[in-house]
Design a protein around this ligand. Structure first.
Ligand SMILES: *Cc1c(COP(=O)(O)O)cnc(C)c1O
Length: 427
């Protein structure tokens, strides 16, 4: 029986048997005991499913990953130690030195750095296209060695909305999957797989945890991409893995399981970016109320965005739910129940005025964080994006006066009063 997202948020992924714990148990154990070496051997050969070492897999994590897979409508999922690890794994599971990726240019600053600097050093090239590029520009970005297309549903912090269907069509026309970072929308507001995305990733550090308690990430596979139909493009999935007993992931685990099994058996084994079971437990507590919190984040976001757009100390406001926003039409298509709680705006007077505004906030706290129950606020040009020059900033949709205001789940009138008095300090 297919259930609604609210029910999956609360109950998905873990169904206790008679007499078992109601809440997900925290399996705080590095290792697992077996009666015979033969039993354990079967696990190493991926002949039987089970656990042997928490660097690769842990039951607590798998309960929570299964919940997120259900929420996104995917077939398999894994938790990672951070969103950064999820971004890295999602791409590195498909591409190696000499390969190429097409990515939206308006992505999280940390992801941009990972792609443009660190993965470039590993020999993987990225071509960045704006989410508003023409079909011709998007087409021109592909190369014979392109392995995937990457973008964010709602970009952090630019708040561009990606035309997921259009990017999925372009990716599929070139025989490669579309990877979507769905951190800001969450599956409560958008399920990218329904629009053609093949792999969905999250920084669970944000709304999913929602309480600023644990850094984490997640990768979900839609199970829809036909790897063997593109076997020459994806030798890592479609030819025997000599580092893992000669297993061919795509034939042994099929489209539903190949991607996550390879990422677990190969990448988690080698890079060890597992989420701690404790953090997975905390993440699950967050997921249980995600559907309730998202509605309040969006209501507060819209109230704040409306207030800001009418304010004389504000140059401009970006919020996709705002009628007149450049991405309003796309938001109505992909995010009909609301986008997120993050509003970005330009303080009149540029960089200095933005810094002064930040200094006077009392309810909103200055944090390198976003998408949290507590309202927080950041000036990217002097914080997260300070490694970028002005041209790179502009390409990511960020200007020096941009303030990223992340509405929590407090009372909207208190947030507005706080903004009002802080803006008054700029007069
Ligand atoms: C925060 C963030 C990341 C990185 O996640 P971490 O958990 O901080 O590693 C990736 N993508 C988006 C959209 C984010 O907001």
């Amino acid at each position: 029986m297919s259930r609604h997202i609210e029910t999956i948020c609360v109950q998905g992924g873990y169904t206790p048997a008679n007499g078992e714990p109601r809440q997900i148990p925290i399996i705080q154990s590095t290792t697992f005991k077996y009666d015979t070496s033969e039993d354990m051997g079967k696990l190493f050969d991926l002949e039987a499913s089970g656990y042997f070492y928490t660097r690769l897999q842990n039951p607590t994590n798998d309960y929570v990953a299964a919940k997120i897979a259900q929420m996104e409508g995917g077939t398999a999922a894994m938790l990672t130690s951070s969103g950064q690890a999820a971004s890295f794994f999602s791409v590195f599971n498909l591409a190696s030195a000499g390969d190429h990726i097409v990515s939206s240019s308006t992505i999280y600053g940390g992801t941009y750095n990972l792609f443009a600097v660190t993965m470039k050093r590993m020999g993987i090239e990225f071509t960045f296209v704006t989410p508003d590029c023409s079909d011709e520009e998007l087409e021109a970005a592909f190369r014979p060695n392109t392995k995937a297309v990457f973008g964010e549903t709602i970009a952090n912090p630019a708040l561009t909305v990606l035309d997921i269907e259009r990017f999925a069509k372009a990716a599929h026309a070139h025989g490669v999957p579309l990877i979507i970072d769905n951190t800001f929308a969450t599956p409560v507001n958008c399920r990218p797989i329904e629009w053609g995305a093949d792999i969905v990733i999250h920084s669970t550090t944000k709304y999913m945890d929602g309480h600023g308690a644990g850094v984490g990430g997640c990768i979900v596979d839609s199970g829809k991409f036909d790897w063997m139909a593109h076997a020459e493009t994806f030798p890592g999935l479609c030819t025997p893995d000599e580092s893992y007993h000669g297993i061919t992931y795509a034939t042994k685990f099929g489209n539903a399981g190949a991607f996550i099994t390879k990422a677990t058996a190969q990448l988690m084994r080698d890079f060890g970016s597992i989420q701690s079971p404790q953090n997975a437990f905390l993440l699950n507590l967050g997921l249980e109320s995600l559907h309730l919190r998202m509605a309040r984040h969006c209501a507060n976001g819209l109230a704040v965005a409306k207030f800001l757009s009418a304010h004389d100390q504000v140059d401009w406001v970006n919020y996709p739910d705002l009628p007149g926003d450049k991405y309003h039409a796309l938001a109505q298509k992909y995010l009909p129940n609301g986008s997120c709680g993050v509003v970005s705006f330009g303080v009149k007077g540029g960089r200095k005025a933005a810094e002064n505004f930040m200094k006077h906030l009392r309810v909103a706290a200055i944090e390198t964080h976003v998408a949290d129950a507590r309202t927080c606020c950041l000036h990217p040009a002097s914080a997260t994006h300070r490694q970028m020059n002005d041209e790179e900033l502009r390409k990511c949709g960020i200007s020096p006066e941009l303030v990223r205001f992340s509405c929590g789940i407090e009372n909207a009138e208190d947030l507005i009063a706080d903004i009002d008095q802080a803006l008054a300090a700029n007069r």
